[in-house]
Design a protein around this ligand. Structure first.
Ligand code: ZN
Length: 202
């Protein structure tokens, strides 16, 4: 499965000249939810990720995703792994596990996101799981922005990666692309103008 082509075909990975919400410019824009718009594609991606995890021999009782970003990927991954699925959500800014979900002592939990940038949200949710007695055995995401080293990749962990280094991180592909301060953007220097992605409303 060609992961980048799958994202491109779903218009989840756009190429052009974009102004990101951070104010930086980039040649690429990743709208990771778009790739999950077609449930069949979501299923295929999750199955590819599940296969990688199964091959590693990692034992998992439950997949836990931080809402909203991780919900669809997490549910699809739990389906492919045939394990339980729960989610954490923000209440007044703080991650919580609600809705009657329980975590038992020693339960082996895999955190799942659609995309891992620094892994901040995943680790906030993981802290809640740990408080309830769960054990975080790994992290999984469909896409990796390239700040954290995943299994089977040469990319080195950057200093802003928040994932713990003693558990495995599984992802299907690295989506590393440069971001530029507007005054240093080579695309601007070439005379093109940066557009806001999803200007019809994200
Ligand atoms: Zn630019």
């Amino acid at each position: 499965m060609d992961i980048k082509k799958t994202y491109m075909d779903a218009n989840a990975l756009l190429e052009g000249h974009f102004k990101l919400s951070s104010g930086n410019h980039s040649q690429f824009y990743l709208q990771s939810a778009k790739v999950l718009e077609d449930p069949k594609t979501a299923k295929l991606l999750a199955e590819a990720l599940a296969e990688q995890i199964k091959k590693s021999g990692l034992e998992i009782d439950t997949v836990c995703a931080p809402a909203l970003g991780g919900l669809i990927a997490g549910f699809a991954l739990a389906t492919a792994l045939d394990v339980r699925f729960i989610f954490a959500e923000r209440v007044n800014g703080a991650m919580n596990i609600r809705r009657g979900f329980e975590v038992t002592k020693g339960e082996r939990v895999l955190m799942c996101e659609d995309i891992i940038t620094t892994g901040g949200s995943a680790m906030e949710a993981a802290a809640v799981v740990k408080e309830l007695g769960g054990e975080i055995v790994g992290v999984a995401a469909l896409a990796n922005r390239g700040f954290c080293k995943r299994e089977h990749s040469e990319i080195e962990t950057k200093s802003n990666c928040k994932l713990p280094q003693d558990i495995p991180f599984f992802a299907l592909a690295d989506f590393t692309f440069e971001m530029y301060a507007p005054e240093e953007c080579p695309l601007c220097k070439d005379g093109s103008e940066a557009i806001k992605p999803g200007s019809r409303g994200n």
